[in-house]
Design a protein around this ligand. Sequence first.
Ligand code: ADP
Length: 229
Amino acid sequence: MTVKHVLEAHLLTKTYQAADRPLTVLDAVSFQVEQGNSLAIIGPSGSGKTTLLGLCAGLDVPTSGTLSLMGFKLNNMSEDDRAYLRNQYVGFVFQNFQLLATLTALENVMVPLELRGERNVASKAKELLERVGLKDRMHHYPTQLSGGEQQRVAMARAFITSPKILFADEPTGNLDEENASHITDLLFGMNREQQTTLVLVTHNLELAKMTQRILRMKGGKLIEDTINE
Ligand code: ADP
């Protein structure tokens, strides 16, 4: 499926009900992303980056404003329909990986395809784990893996469906330089080879400069939208 904009956010706003008053953490954010682009969302802690990423990936719903993912309007969509859409088109790498503790690395990577009802998916999962350098760790459980290894399992799990758009929250956060550069190579390799659109939240300016475009957030607002040279 081909659409011009894989993502269209229009006046996206998120307000949480804090103890004593409503708190608007995302304030009328609008932008569009074309297929195959790579972009970084930067800004200080608490500026709304993670909230924005979650809304764009259909993990949460906005208080107001509209969002289209792959041409589908997410507003008013049921949770089941959003989950289906995510499974079809989206890969998401969480800041804390969110691997399932009771499953091995291999089983974790197989989950998105099993959710699609596919069978015999182990060979594809093994191939991806090899690609991320975890051939020897396939049968390990998350607690038996280092942070960098868990991050790579999370990456393989996000890649296995060949998503049209990959969201990653601080993909190089908490990783040493070698692991960070491995993850960066994987992300941009995916972007080049499969035209996977990348939307990354990061504090890592080196990583942000490798993308085609940078969105800068401050106090819940999108204050700058620049194309990288
Ligand atoms: P960033 O990723 O830029 O650090 P976040 O999107 O995580 O920012 O958070 C933005 C603001 O929203 C923060 O002030 C945070 O405390 C608040 N926030 C995030 N999630 C919730 C929630 N579920 N309920 C209330 N406030 C929240």
